[in-house]
Design a binder for this molecule. Structure first.
Ligand SMILES: CC(C)(COP(=O)(O)OP(=O)(O)OC[C@H]1O[C@@H](n2cnc3c(N)ncnc32)[C@H](O)[C@@H]1OP(=O)(O)O)[C@@H](O)C(=O)NCCC(=O)NCCS
Length: 436
């Protein structure tokens, strides 16, 4: 991978693409978590320029860093045996001493780099920690967990245009130091600050599951895998996966895991539809869930109105029940207010059809329809589809203008679907969207 200086020429079209994200991200908090090895990498200076770009766009940043690599290096050069380098096992006194030295060094490197990029920053003592204690009979000694974060202090710094730098060393109530794992620390900060993103920058391309690099995964799928098949998740990404789930469950919308050694990786991940790492998503879509049998009658009633107006094709309750696995619903205070279905075709697995899209009139024009379509597209992609399909008689402009679909002809339809299409006589417009 080339890590040369930033010589890319930005085209006006790129700029237009980037600018659309600016109002969306302005004022939001991103927690950027840097592994110690990324701070040591030659791409680090480029990363700092990217971080300065994010700041200049009005994104509020908090930097959390790790120190494992530096602890291991110090252990080797000073010939001191350590008990653990990651802050997840036992930290004895000698290891803690190296951790404090490593932390001072890494924090300083970040201070130096941000200074070179004209950013004000501060190392803080905002993390109150308590010892992890005894786990399975083993005293974890100087390993700590987060007890409390001084939120006001951090928000105060952010408001004053100062980037807080958080090291993985917390302070016990008596002021003594405790080693904290930095993946955990980033998730704790994201929760307290209600950050919209955590970006884990590590020396890995993303989350590898069953030997395959995943570009995106929903929090539900990842949570289930961690619970039932943790062995399918590659070891290097495991800790970040655990903390990504924790962060999303406590309110962070998205967690990105990407290779901090890749030139331009950070900006590409944030400002393009084609991320370079793994996106773990939740929250935005947390009001959307898979439908169950208990929803059949509600979905039937919900869509009846649209059927009358010929906006949707008629489905009996039995037909909905038979295919209930294909439905997703949007719920507010336990009321179903929108539905969408996703159908795949064995003879054309690259295609996934979005159907039964309906939003209750009272809730229309609030972005819910678009959210349902985006969610269905994400699930479709997760299931291996490369193109989303939608058939519409009256809402095709919604699919085209609001959801990025384009008209196609009937040759894209799978055989079985084409038959139904021709028999229905509805003459719906056929719309497709590549799932980049
Ligand atoms: C089409 C539908 C799902 C859109 O849902 P929604 O939650 O209102 O849409 P969003 O709020 O996400 O998007 C709003 C945008 O879509 C446009 N839009 C909404 N309904 C539209 C329609 N029927 N045709 C064209 N554009 C439409 C709005 O003008 C708005 O555009 P803007 O962002 O440029 O202002 C909803 O109107 C609906 O349920 N309609 C009846 C059923 C139906 O036609 N379903 C589609 C079957 S394929």
């Amino acid at each position: 991978m080339s890590n040369g200086p930033a010589t890319t020429i930005i085209k006006p079209t790129d700029l237009r693409g980037i600018l659309k994200y600016v109002p969306r991200f302005q004022g939001q908090i991103f927690v950027i978590a840097l592994d110690g090895s990324i701070v040591a990498d030659e791409n680090f200076s480029n990363l700092l320029i990217d971080i300065a770009v994010l700041r200049s766009l009005g994104i509020k940043l908090v930097l959390v860093h790790g120190i494992s690599q530096q602890i291991e290096e110090l252990s080797a050069t000073r010939k001191i045996t350590i008990t653990d380098s990651r802050g997840t096992g036992v930290t004895d006194a000698a290891t803690l001493d190296l951790a404090i030295r490593a932390s001072a060094r890494v924090s300083h490197l970040i201070l130096e780099g941000l200074t070179q990029n004209g950013l004000k920053c501060a190392i803080t003592n905002a993390v109150r920690s308590v010892p992890t204690g005894i786990i399975k009979g083993v005293d974890q000694q100087f390993t700590g967990r987060v007890d409390r974060i001084d939120k006001e202090f951090i928000l105060h710094l952010i408001a004053a245009d100062i980037v807080p730098i958080l090291s993985p060393i917390g302070f016990a109530p008596d002021g003594h130091s405790l080693r904290i794992n930095s993946d955990l620390l980033a998730a704790e900060f994201a929760e307290v600050l209600q950050a919209s993103k955590i970006i884990y920058l590590a020396p890995l391309g993303g989350l590898v599951i069953n030997g395959e690099l995943r570009r995106e995964i929903s929090v539900e799928t990842l949570r289930d895998l961690l619970k039932d098949h943790p062995e399918t998740i590659a070891e290097e990404g495991h800790s970040k996966a655990v903390h990504a789930v924790k962060a999303i469950e406590t309110g962070t919308s998205r967690v990105h895991l990407l290779d901090g050694r890749v030139f331009d990786g950070l900006l590409n991940e944030i400002f393009s539809n084609e991320g370079v790492g793994t996106l773990i998503y939740g929250n935005d879509y947390q009001q959307i869930r898979k439908a169950t049998r208990r929803d059949v009658r509600h979905i039937y009633n919900l869509t009846r109105h649209a059927v009358k107006r010929e906006e949707l094709i008629y489905r009996t309750q039995q037909a909905i029940e038979k295919n209930i696995d294909q439905f997703f619903v949007f719920e507010i205070d336990e009321n179903l207010i929108a539905s969408v279905s996703l159908t795949t075709y064995p003879e054309k697995p690259e295609l996934a059809e979005i159907g039964s899209l309906y939003v209750l009139p009272f809730y229309q024009n609030r972005g819910i329809g678009r959210k349902m379509v985006n969610y269905a597209c994400m699930v479709a992609k997760e299931r291996g589809a490369t193109t989303a399909l939608a058939l519409s008689t009256q809402s095709f402009t919604f699919f085209i203008s609001s959801c990025g679909f384009a008209e196609a002809d009937k040759s894209v339809l799978p055989e079985s679907r084409l038959k139904g299409y021709e028999e229905s006589g509805r003459n719906s417009k056929i719309l497709v969207k590549p799932l980049a």
